[in-house]
Design a protein around this ligand. Structure first.
Ligand SMILES: Nc1ncnc2c1ncn2[C@@H]1O[C@H](COP(=O)(O)OP(=O)(O)OP(=O)(O)O)[C@@H](O)[C@H]1O
Ligand SMILES: O=C(CO)[C@H](O)[C@H](O)COP(=O)(O)O
Length: 313
């Protein structure tokens, strides 16, 4: 049972805290990761994108009946090996896929820091890969929103036309259902940015399903200390019908009110540093409160996972 061995070996030794962020293309993984790594700093954190393990470049893929979401289109075994090495604090020589033109370029030496964030299409696809993580997240925006994000991003940054993106989205649907979306069930936290019907405000709200597979911050207590209408905790149903806690962050949250919650979450962590200012920052420089609180919660988990294994604790 290699995945059980991996869990045991990790429990025995001092090694980095590992966070996985899985989700379909343009689900928002890079946007969340960017804020986390900036907040933690390059000396404490490393980010790895497992889409770099694509087996074929864009041109080669064009002639194949495969989409990048299919495990056969990725070096999954090498990804597993590298995740195990990172999880044990070892360096890797990681392949690199350049999305600007779809080419596979010179590999990069990655030395894990105390906190490692791994994002991509399939980081939770296998048991062995999952065993490498302390905290697992799945980003689950509603399909119409993800499609909007993908169309805009792929046209602006990856050299595609609108028609090409629409064709590709249709081509990928079966593989997304078979290989990407099932990872939702494997995650400790499921994040959904969505538009709430009837709200005039166009900002997206965020709902975080907090599954009892890991220990979450005591939000009931944290929110009882922070008088605000920006965030609330509710009991909802998971996809299997079971009850699960969910934290809802309103898209219309007043930044001042959201700040009260952000400070309370940060304070709960007991870290003396000031609240990082880079959280909630979008690529265009705008600020997004639901994104900020989501990043803060993931940061809380990652730092806690790291602190728990310090030798004096
Ligand atoms: N919370 C959000 N609110 C508004 N827009 C968002 C949000 N998250 C992401 N986006 C938009 O969606 C686009 C895609 O996001 P991002 O690059 O983070 O996705 P990704 O999951 O890393 O994509 P890929 O796996 O294809 O590289 C971004 O250009 C960004 O503008
Ligand atoms: O699903 C994706 C994640 O970003 C990409 O489309 C996939 O990685 C292939 O990349 P590209 O479209 O840049 O060739």
């Amino acid at each position: 049972m290699p995945h059980k061995l991996m869990r045991m070996r990790r429990a025995e030794s001092l090694r980095p805290a590992m966070l996985a962020i899985a989700g379909d293309s343009a689900a928002g993984k890079t946007t969340i990761t960017r804020g986390l790594t900036e907040a933690l700093g390059a000396d404490r954190s490393t980010a790895v994108c497992v889409d770099d393990y694509h087996r074929y470049d864009r041109e080669e893929r064009g002639g194949l009946p495969l989409t990048p979401l299919h495990p056969a289109c990725n070096h999954v075994q090498i990804m597993e090996q590298h995740l195990q090495l990172l999880a044990m604090g070892q360096p890797i020589l990681k392949p690199v896929y350049d999305h600007r033109d779809g080419s596979l370029v010179r590999p990069r030496l990655v030395e894990p820091r105390d906190l490692v964030i791994v994002e991509g299409l399939l980081p939770l696809h296998t048991k062995l890969a999952r065993a490498c993580f302390d905290v697992t997240v799945y980003l689950d925006p509603p399909e119409p929103i993800r499609r909007e994000w993908k169309i805009t991003r792929d046209i602006r940054q990856r050299g595609y036309t609108r028609e090409q993106v629409l064709t590709e989205l249709a081509r990928r649907e079966a593989d997304s259902a078979a290989f990407v979306r099932p990872q939702q069930r494997e995650a400790d936290i499921v994040v959904r940015f969505e538009r709430i019907e009837g709200r005039e405000n166009r900002s997206l709200s965020a709902t975080l399903l907090l599954r009892p597979t890991i220990r979450h911050p005591n939000f009931a207590q944290i929110l009882s200390r922070a008088t605000t209408s920006a965030v609330h905790l509710k009991l909802t149903r998971d996809s299997d019908g079971g009850p699960v806690d969910a934290l809802h962050i309103h898209g219309y949250a007043d930044p001042l009110e959201a700040d009260v919650v952000a400070k309370a979450i940060w304070h709960d962590l007991g870290v003396p540093e000031p609240l990082p200012v880079c959280l909630g920052l979008m690529e265009d420089g705008s600020r997004n409160e639901p994104l900020r609180i989501t990043q803060l919660i993931l940061l809380h988990h990652l730092i806690r996972a790291g602190v728990w294994r310090l030798p004096d604790e």
